[in-house]
Design a protein around this ligand. Structure first.
Ligand SMILES: Nc1ncnc2c1ncn2[C@@H]1O[C@H](COP(=O)(O)OP(=O)(O)OP(=O)(O)O)[C@@H](O)[C@H]1O
Length: 635
């Protein structure tokens, strides 16, 4: 069962749940709010997409169940109203997150996304005959079912990437799209796919055309019981696949479009059963998909729409062979016949070049600067010796709790073992936490995310498995306990906060071993109008331009993220690509890990200039004060 599928069930939550590891610790008390009713009503009972307050306002008054699930009825795959029949107003999507058990710091009392925050984002386009952008959803010829669902989600207007990408995708063009974390890329590829499938369905229903039940119209082949989806969405992690699946189901609610998910770590037989009920859109992780294809349970021969979310990760070393196999060697129609859409917040130049293998006459879009982070996230970098990190973290968490509330805090560490160790230590110290990483069984991963999402366990210690794509409402603070080696990973990690136009806070613990990242970090922070601690600037002198210390995950980890379209300037396929950075330095030449800097003081080096700051100055004022003392463990 996918982790967020369980959120559908109306199982009651114990009113004073304590994680098992905390049950015998008298020092830790969970704050049971007296404001339970206030908390629920404040969210309007129809929280909408993953708790961001996008209930279906208007229509019948909702009466949400006391669960943090969405109603199974709302998301039935066996919808009785196929192919875009007239839809009567329905109750809201009941997918509000519940924070009834804890008082959490809520950055969003209104519950409404602040998409206007992206209004000033510049969008760069390249390619031939780029379809013009729209300014509203009503300008786009969606089917009425999808339009109703967009309203239900309370998406009042499109984000910049949606304004540009949706018309391109609706015109059937291939697309490489880059936009900041949390700015609505999922809808940008889901809306066109759903619309175009509905149009396909209409054509197939027409009396002049005969449905080829062996795969001519999506669904599955009767002869072979082989699922033949019309659209394939690939994502790098199980959790992200589940999330996209939930989103796509929400968008295709009552349209008749069937969305199925396939991912590893969960029983394959159940997933086969889901596929046998019919599938138009298959959301999958590459490994499980290859397995299913090799067992002849899925055929890609009918795929007309292919989307790669986190496309740079999918084409990175870890996934590229599998993705190449899926796209080029498993019967999928070739580029030019199918439509291909690649989306990510980061697109290193070399990955852009590689990606063009999968595309035909594509349009490139960049909302904001490629690989940049949003200035909605206030970024702090603090120098902390490795030996002091745990205490430093504890102090930050204590400071956050100073007003009696918990902030949802995501703590990134480098290793799985490190995640477990830090989580146990935090629990021992009385901080309700769970860990998520690749060595956990899927049920544990799901439980950890669910518990974090709900606010029951407001601290999640994670490896990069949680770095990309996850849209968890109300994450107030991302702490890079261990900085990643790759600046792209940093962008994705901090992007778990400051989403959908809301402000967020990210704190990084920097030590000498992170020196290779300094230059890229400084550039990124400058682009996002963050104030750079002077001591960090000094590290850049020995830090590689745009680089990182080399990454386990990225063969192109040193390639500049802050660039643009690799076709820029040439705007054609004949560009002479040398194996170089834009500044002319060769790939893979990283600086020494050692650093001459050993006696800096981070005190008082805190940014004040980003637009997220006014929020955080008030919200985390206690933390700002705190930061003036916590990083003082210097020689
Ligand atoms: N037009 C819109 N109006 C209001 N909210 C929106 C709109 N589009 C998307 N959202 C919401 O914004 C949030 C972030 O969207 P999404 O997860 O698609 O971002 P993303 O760009 O894919 O992020 P990431 O790069 O981290 O994967 C979601 O909660 C989504 O429901």
């Amino acid at each position: 069962m996918p982790w967020n599928e369980s959120t559908r069930s109306p199982r009651p939550i114990p009113s004073a749940y304590l994680p098992p590891h905390l049950r015998h610790q008298p020092t830790f008390t969970v704050t049971i709010p007296t404001s339970l009713a206030r908390s629920s009503s404040r969210r309007g009972g129809g929280g909408g997409g993953r708790g961001r307050g996008r209930g279906f306002r208007g229509g019948r008054a909702p009466n949400p169940p006391r669960s943090y699930g969405r109603s199974r009825r709302n998301f039935s795959d066996d919808d009785p109203n196929p192919y875009n029949q007239k839809i009567m107003p329905e109750p809201p999507f009941d997918i509000s997150e519940k924070f009834d058990e804890l008082e959490v710091i809520d950055d969003d009392p209104s519950g409404v996304n602040n998409i206007n925050a992206y209004d000033e984002t510049p969008v760069e386009t390249s390619g031939f005959d780029v379809p013009p952008p729209v300014t509203s959803f009503s300008e786009i010829d969606f089917c009425s079912g999808l339009s109703d669902n967009i309203k239900r989600c309370q998406f009042v207007k499109p984000t910049p990437i949606q304004r540009y990408a949706i018309p391109v995708a609706m015109a059937g063009r291939d697309l490489m799209a880059c936009a900041q974390t949390g700015s609505g890329k999922t809808a940008a590829f889901c809306f066109p796919i759903i619309t175009r499938i509905l149009r396909d369905h209409h054509q197939l229903k027409s009396p002049t055309k005969k449905i080829d039940r062996n795969g001519g119209g999506g669904g599955f082949s009767l002869k072979t019981i082989m699922a033949c989806p019309l659209a394939l969405i690939l994502a790098p992690t199980r959790e992200l696949s589940c999330q996209i699946h939930e989103e796509a189901k929400k968008f295709s609610y009552k349209t008749g479009v069937k969305v199925v998910v396939a991912y590893g770590g969960a029983p394959i037989v159940q997933q086969f059963r889901n596929l046998e009920k019919g599938v138009d859109i298959l959301v999958a992780t590459p490994g499980r998909l290859v397995d299913m294809i090799e067992r002849a349970k899925v055929s890609l021969k009918n795929v007309k729409y292919l989307a790669l979310d986190e496309a740079d990760r999918m084409l990175d070393m870890g996934f590229e062979p599998q993705v190449r196999k899926i796209v080029q060697q498993m019967e999928m129609p070739p580029a030019g016949v199918r439509q291909t859409m690649l989306f990510s917040a980061t697109f290193p130049i070399e990955i852009q070049r590689l990606a063009s293998d999968f595309l035909s006459n594509y349009i490139f879009l960049a909302a904001g600067k490629v690989g940049s982070s949003t200035d909605l996230i206030a970024q702090r970098v603090e120098y902390v010796h490795d030996a002091d990190k745990k205490n430093h973290l504890l102090n930050l968490l204590r400071a956050q709790r100073a007003n009696g509330k918990h902030a949802l805090t995501l703590v990134f560490v480098e290793t799985k073992k490190g995640a477990d160790a830090l989580q146990s230590w935090l629990s021992m110290k009385g901080f309700p936490s769970m860990a998520i990483h690749g060595d956990k069984v899927q049920m544990e991963r799901e439980r950890a995310l669910k518990s974090f999402r709900s606010g029951l366990t407001p601290i999640l210690v994670a490896t990069d498995v949680a770095a990309r794509g996850l849209d968890i409402p109300h994450v107030a603070h991302v702490i890079n306990f261990d900085l990643p080696r790759d600046i792209g990973d940093y962008v994705h990690r901090i992007g778990r906060t400051g989403r959908a136009g809301k402000p967020g806070l990210a704190t990084a613990f920097f030590s000498d071993k992170n020196a290779p990242l300094a230059k890229a970090l400084v550039e990124l922070m400058q682009e996002a109008n963050q104030e750079i601690p002077p001591w960090l600037n000094e590290y850049t002198e020995t830090s590689h331009a745009y680089g990182s210390g080399g990454s386990r995950s990225s063969r192109f980890s040193g390639v500049k993220f802050g660039g643009h379209n690799y076709r820029r300037g040439a705007d054609n396929e004949n560009y002479d690509y040398s194996n170089q950075f834009e500044d002319g330095t060769a790939l893979e030449s990283y600086p020494s890990q050692s650093s001459p800097y050993s006696s800096h003081d981070s005190r008082a080096d805190f940014p004040t200039s980003s637009r997220a700051d006014s929020f955080h100055e008030g919200f985390y004022g206690h933390m700002l004060d705190h930061r003036t003392v916590v990083a003082s463990g210097w020689d």
